[in-house]
Write a protein that binds this ligand. Structure first.
Ligand code: SF4
Length: 318
């Protein structure tokens, strides 16, 4: 399906003829490489759509360019496979024009944290009700192993064959530094229960929920998350009733911290820590203003609009 402006009547879930199943959301056959972490994310998203019974005609997935940006093709919802780095401006436009739609944004690390970085920062600040997924594999995969902002320092790539020059950009620390950001979380695609629980918390949050998903690219960066996959002791779960709780993972991930997502100072400290990988909701504040509320325009009749226009003109009468 392509994006359309023809949806005038908003269906409520109870009005829908059918209960949706996972297959209701399946689009084209995914063409990612075997073993690519994007497959896990797609499955978790389809599970979320099914659990929340989101009406496909009222759900939009917007992406930019990159391997993960093929996401909209693989879902039977509305979709917009846009241009590089511009997934968030498109999502913003859709949400402002059609606030009743469920809008998801899917980006890779090159897409979001490089060419789209300015849009990322301002979207977090605007805090529209969007669910934003950053699938971070630490490389430009589609263009065959070019250094991205999140490529680990020293990792050899086709654009920096002697090793990435700079320390990797930290998407969590950046997001937590943006004024008015309201939800920042991190999960990993190889921990499906945690991935699903995080996506659910993000979707249910009112405001822009930013989720960094650590994503394996077995073709170009197999070494990046290998140690964490093989050794769960390298991962620390942040648990809290206002964040993510996954008791089914307690035996695998025994290292856990009780972290209140309302504590921004601790969230920033945890985001900067490089001794372990922290998964969970770092920060959440649903009271932060949302752009669609602060800039809400009251509907007026043509006569009312004319009369207000005349009033404005009268102010400049001489
Ligand atoms: Fe996935 Fe990497 Fe293949 Fe792209 S190149 S589809 S990120 S495994």
């Amino acid at each position: 399906m392509s994006l359309s402006c023809h949806l005038l009547h908003v269906l409520q879930p109870e009005e829908a003829d059918n209960q949706y199943e996972m297959t209701s959301y399946e689009g084209a056959q995914a063409r990612w490489c075997p073993g690519c972490g994007d497959h896990s994310v797609l499955t978790a998203v389809q599970k979320l759509l099914t659990a929340e019974q989101l009406i496909p005609e009222q759900t939009v997935f917007v992406s930019g360019i990159g391997c993960s940006s093929r996401f909209p093709h693989y879902l039977k919802t509305y979709g917009f496979h846009g241009i590089h780095g511009r997934a968030l401006p498109v999502s913003t436009g859709v949400k402002l024009h059609r606030p009743e739609l469920n809008v998801f944004t899917v980006m890779g690390d090159g897409d979001c944290t490089s060419i789209g970085a300015a849009h990322w920062i301002h979207a977090l600040r605007y805090n529209l009700d969007l669910t934003v997924l950053l699938l971070d594999n630490g490389i430009y995969g589609l263009t065959k192993k070019q250094t991205s902002p999140t490529t680990p320092q020293g990792l050899k790539t086709n654009t920096q064959p002697k090793g990435s020059f700079l320390p990797a950009l930290n998407p969590l620390a950046v997001s937590l530094g943006v004024t008015n950001a309201s939800f920042v979380a991190q999960t990993a695609e190889w921990a499906p229960a945690h991935l699903y629980a995080t996506l659910r918390a993000a979707y249910r949050h009112k405001g822009t929920s930013f989720v960094r998903i650590l994503q394996r690219c077995p073709v170009f960066t197999p070494e990046v998350f290998q140690a964490a996959v093989q050794d769960p002791a390298r991962i620390v779960l942040l648990v809290h009733d206002d964040g993510v709780v996954t008791p089914e993972l307690n035996r695998i991930y025994s290292s856990q911290i009780h972290h209140d997502p309302g504590d921004i100072a601790t969230a920033r400290r945890l985001a900067e820590a490089d001794d372990h990988i922290h998964l969970g909701v770092f920060f959440r504040d649903q009271s932060r203003p949302r752009y669609e509320e602060t800039r809400k325009v009251t509907p007026r009749s043509p006569n009312e609009r004319m009369s207000r226009l005349e009033e404005e003109f009268d102010r400049y009468a001489v």
